[in-house]
Design a protein around this ligand. Structure first.
Ligand SMILES: [Zn+2]
Length: 342
């Protein structure tokens, strides 16, 4: 009896060992099959996170508070892109670094443009520094999403007109399209999780519509004649277009963050600020705000810190998700322009 029991125990132990040996590599394999998804900017990373949940491994190339316009990839970024299965880029000329990075990495990843299918605004549709309130009604060139914007590189001081405005995320209704593009790419790459991607995306689209509603609500408290912005770089064109604001001028010309205005452009912007009674210039988290301060001083108005324009904040900041970023920016704008935030 005793002997039989011991025999049974030994066989069971062996059986368990074999089981453990079979199970271990299986577990490792399932971790390996998690899709590796890389996004160009943190705003896309957050949108992708809302659609994918924890079903994929997710990382961004440009970090929080980083400037995509002037970004230079590191060897770490090359490795990240080389390992990726799926890469989400914004497109519309934002990521001047991306083609070189993809080529250098030799990646086999599928590259998806999140903004595909959306109409693209053109930079320089109005003359910078010579803004007149009646000419500033928001209206964008409806260039189709397949329009080739090229990469957004330019020489120092070179005026750049007619380039694509890549900041489509500043209109939350555009992010509905981003969400759908990201959802469909995830489903194509990982059909086993299709149901989760579909239901997550549907929930996120509801949240985006709520965000849009709350922005309209916040803006309704700003007197109509005060709905005028001066921003540091030309990042809010889509926001302005969506919510019926006007742009009195932009501190850094050319749509990016590297060009500096000429003395004539500075003088024209100061004139425009005085003429239109603009109360503030908004600085931003990603770019040099030195000139914004200088122009505000010259025009005798305040500088308001700080809008989150092209990148999210770190996790402990006020704009660590896209929804938080848009809500935070609204609060800053509403309070600077004499509205009341609820
Ligand atoms: Zn930008």
């Amino acid at each position: 009896m005793n002997l039989i029991l011991r025999q049974v125990l030994r066989v069971s132990a062996l059986f368990l060992l074999v089981l453990a040996w079979i199970a271990a590599p299986a577990e490792a394999a399932s971790a390996q099959t998690k899709l590796k998804v890389v996004t160009s900017i943190t705003i896309l990373q957050d949108i992708a996170h809302n659609v994918a949940g924890d079903a994929v491994e997710l990382s961004s190339i440009v970090p929080t508070d980083g400037d995509a316009h002037e970004f230079e990839p590191t060897p770490d970024d090359i490795r990240k892109v080389a390992d990726a299965n799926l890469i989400f880029v914004n497109g519309a000329g934002l990521e001047g670094f991306i083609n070189g990075l993809i080529a250098d990495s030799g990646t086999q990843a599928t590259v998806i443009t999140a903004s595909a299918g959306l109409p693209i605004r053109e930079f320089g549709a109005e003359e910078e520094g010579e803004a007149h309130a009646d000419e500033l009604a928001a209206g964008y060139l409806g260039v189709s999403g397949s329009f080739d914007c090229g990469s957004h590189t330019h020489e120092e001081g070179e005026a750049e007109h007619g380039g694509c405005d890549p900041h489509l995320w500043q209109d939350p209704t555009n992010i509905i399209v981003y969400t759908i593009n990201i959802r469909d790419a995830l489903i194509a790459a990982d059909p086993a999780n299709a149901d989760a991607y579909r239901s997550n995306a549907a929930k996120y689209i509801v949240a985006l519509k709520e965000l849009d509603k709350s922005i309209w609500q916040g803006i309704s408290s700003i007197p109509v004649e005060k709905r005028i912005l001066v921003t540091n770089h030309d990042a809010l064109g889509y926001w302005v277009g969506r919510y019926g604001f006007q742009i009195a001028g932009i501190v850094l010309p050319g749509g990016g963050t590297s060009a500096e205005p000429s003395p004539q452009e500075v003088a024209a912007l100061v004139d425009s600020i005085r003429q239109l009674g603009v109360p503030a210039i908004f600085t931003e988290n990603i770019a040099n705000n030195r000139l914004a301060q200088q122009i505000a001083d010259e025009a005798g108005i305040q500088v308001v810190q700080s809008l989150y324009t092209d990148a999210l904040s770190a996790a402990d900041g006020p704009a660590s998700t896209y929804l938080d970023m848009m809500t935070y920016n609204l609060k800053v704008i509403v309070s600077a322009l004499g509205g009341s935030s609820s």
